[in-house]
Structure formats: C-alpha cells, structure tokens
Design a protein around this ligand. Structure first.
Ligand SMILES: O=C(O)c1cc(=O)[nH]c(=O)n1[C@@H]1O[C@H](COP(=O)(O)O)[C@@H](O)[C@H]1O
Length: 232
C-alpha cells in the first residue's frame, strides 16, 4: 500500500515514545515531524532515532525566525542532518527566508504563513490586517519569491494559496482533524479528506494519531479514508 501524504507530528515528552510512534505509523505515512519539544530536549540525535531503519522522511519543524545571519547559521547547523523539510516563519521576511534556502540547499524550506492556532479575531491583535486568507496569500507570495518551495498554511487557505503560487509549490497543512475529533488549540481546521481535496500535498496530523491508544491503527484509518476519497 502506498503511504499516505501525512506527516505525523511526534510531539512526545521523551525520545522512546517518539521513536515508538514513528515505528508504528511509518508503514502508513510518508513523513514524521520533529518539533521544538523533542529537538530542544534531545538535540540532533533525535533525527536518527525517529528515522530508524525505515528511512522515513523527517520533517524538522523548528520555525526559525531571526535576523538573516542567525537563521543562515541555524539552518546550516541542521542541514547536515539532512531533514527533508525545515520550517522558518514567513514573517521573518524575504532576506531571512533566502538565507535559510541558501544555507540548506538539500532541504526543502517551508515558510509558515499564519499559525493555524490563530483565529480571525486574533489577527488584528497581532497587527495583521484583513482576513487570514489575505495575510496568508501575501506571506506565501513573498516566501516563494524568496526561494521557499513549500508553504505551511491552514486548510482554509489552500485554494487561495494554490491560485497565488501555482502547482510547483508544496502546500503543507496542519490544523487537520478527522470529523468529530476535538480541535484542541487549533482554530482554522478541516478534515483530512477536505484538506486533500482542496489541494494539500502533505497533511500534518499529531494528536488525533498520537493521542490514540493505537497510533498505528489511527494512522492506517486516516490513510485508508484518504485513499477512498481520492479514488471516489
Ligand atoms: O509548522 C507546523 O507544522 C505548524 C504550523 C501551524 O501553523 N500549526 C501547527 O499546528 N503546526 C504544527 O503541526 C502540529 C499539529 O499537531 P496537532 O494539533 O496535534 O495535530 C504541531 O506539531 C504544530 O507544531
């Protein structure tokens, strides 16, 4: 069975749990994602631990956001780990994004537009005018112009972003919840089937899989549902 285009967010409190989750979901998904919690606790060793023998793609989600020189150094430092994808915040601006792209030439740089935990009413408070989709589209365009080949946005903006940046850019969407699942701290959400139909290339899913008593079965169920939808 072809693995589904899902990155399972391994937001685990310890390395053993993360590696166990990675082993359980790997037959069903293309990618596992290491975020700040694991990386700050265990450092670079975490990448080899979750990659295991399977050679699953590892998405390193550090959301770098600093001046270009600092981001170049940080991206260069993790580039040697050969993650498939590395995140930076689009709000760091074009020079910062370009610095990451140049420092990690073998890694796909994904620019995070507007966090999926922010609701429309939060945007004004952080100084982003207009609906989320306007801010996301603006940040998407500047990120691609600066050399990013992947973007992170919520499922709500997928169609607008695709129209803005075209088919060659990888669209990654967190904020994915199977029907009936709790949204938790996510604000702009949709089901996996909806997100895929709206043009996502990679769905980031964490707690709906890792919070299940059987993460392997949860990943397999979502993967099967995506296969049914894409063949319908
Ligand atoms: O860059 C990300 O992956 C990311 C961007 C974003 O806007 N929202 C977002 O939730 N994420 C990450 O996606 C994952 C979502 O996890 P769950 O909410 O448990 O499915 C977490 O690891 C977040 O750090």
């Amino acid at each position: 069975m072809t693995p589904a285009p899902i990155a399972v967010a391994l937001d685990a409190p310890d390395l053993e749990t993360a590696a166990r989750w990675a082993g359980l979901v790997t037959p069903h998904v293309t990618t596992v994602k290491v975020g700040l919690e694991l990386y700050l606790r265990y450092g670079p060793d975490v990448i080899a631990s979750v990659r295991g023998a399977s050679g699953v793609r590892v998405f390193l989600d550090l959301k770098l956001h600093d001046i270009p020189n600092t981001v170049a150094g940080a991206a260069g430092a993790v580039a040697r780990l050969r993650p498939s994808i590395l995140t930076v915040h689009a709000a760091g601006g074009p020079a910062m994004i370009r610095a990451a792209v140049e420092a990690a030439p073998h890694t796909q740089i994904a620019a995070v537009t507007v966090l999926t935990s922010l609701a429309e009413e939060d945007l004004e408070r952080i100084g982003l005018a207009g609906p989320a989709s306007d801010a996301v589209r603006r940040l998407a365009a500047l990120s691609v112009a600066a050399g990013a080949t992947a973007l992170v946005c919520s499922p709500h903006e997928l169609r607008a972003v695709r129209a803005e940046v075209g088919d060659d850019i990888t669209l990654i969407t967190p904020g994915v919840r199977p029907a009936g699942a709790a949204t938790q701290d996510q604000a702009r959400v949709a089901t996996p089937e909806r997100a895929l139909a709206d043009g996502a290339d990679l769905l980031v899913i964490g707690r709906p899989i890792t919070g299940s008593p059987d993460p392997g079965a949860a990943a397999a169920a979502i993967a099967a549902s995506l296969r049914r939808t894409s063949h319908a």
